[in-house]
Design a protein around this ligand. Sequence first.
Ligand SMILES: [Fe+2]
Ligand SMILES: [Fe+2]
Length: 355
Amino acid sequence: MSTNRRNFLRQAGTGLAASMLPMSMVRLAFADSAQDFTFAYISDALIQHIKGNQFVRNWDRGLIRAVAEANLLEPKPDFVVFGGDLAQLGTRAELDHGAEILSALNHKMYVVMGEHDYYLDLGDYWSELYGPQYYSFDHKGVHFVVLNSILTYDDWTFDRWPTAEQRMNEMAGLDNPNGSPFMVGSKQIEWLKQDLAGVSKKTPVVVFSHSPLQKIYKGWNFWTEDAAQIQALLKPFAAANVIYGHVHQIQYNQIDNISFTSVMSTAWPWPYPQSYAQAESFLPVLTVPMNRADPFNERDATGWQFIDVNSGRTDVAFNLYDNTNRTVAFNPETGKPEDTVYQPESARIPPQRQY
Ligand SMILES: [Fe+2]
Ligand SMILES: [Fe+2]
């Protein structure tokens, strides 16, 4: 562990954590090809318009706080990623209000498309604000890819709904059977193939998507229909990492050489799928769910994490508001990310029944 990293962890663990922070701090420390650097990750703000100049206060506060604290981070992050779902119903009022809050960031920002940003006008206004919906960039020896993973079948998007508002509403519901599975789509997959063809297989690759690029629970669209095709493109790389939003909860998984890590929302936590009508889990088998969120505490189960991608593997420390902090680290012996405390069944926090 470098001196820098120790200092960083100390700072993150003391001053900042005490008042932190619905965002994700990500640290990359690749051994060979890349220099150490950090970036911050803020996701799923779901800015919601009420009427006139009124917006849902709690969601505003979550994003305002993340932006303010990202500006105070030491060491200064090289950039900030916003992980999608800036708006609740994709309106100009919501996107403008969210953009205004994000404009207070003192850092370069990369933005990911979420389904709540997209399905009103199919991304038109979002693109006016943020540009291309998928792209890649290189930073200090790491190849980063941003995907729009929330597309779906053309007939659902273009033929099914009488109005754009209805289309947006149908996709916005978490457990709405009228929704449709997310996908990256053949055009973007072809682009990704070309993009990755120019990258050395030894170069660490980090992909940002909004939906998980794996199939977790279709009933809530914790799902990407063509995930297997993306995974196949990432498989030849020595180390690949996917960081995704959308699920508003801690999830982690390892598929082949690909480490998957979710990030927290600044707005609210989703429950875990198995809590829904005693449904089967469908979570990645490694994931130890967070203990319950307290519905009377508006910031509970929102939080932040920093990710140390040491030699291309993601070690994630989750700092959670009013919930037990967690660390999920890559275990070289098993070749998988594991919770450093709660992975053994016997060590887990007992279920709480007061809700
Ligand atoms: Fe979301
Ligand atoms: Fe989402």
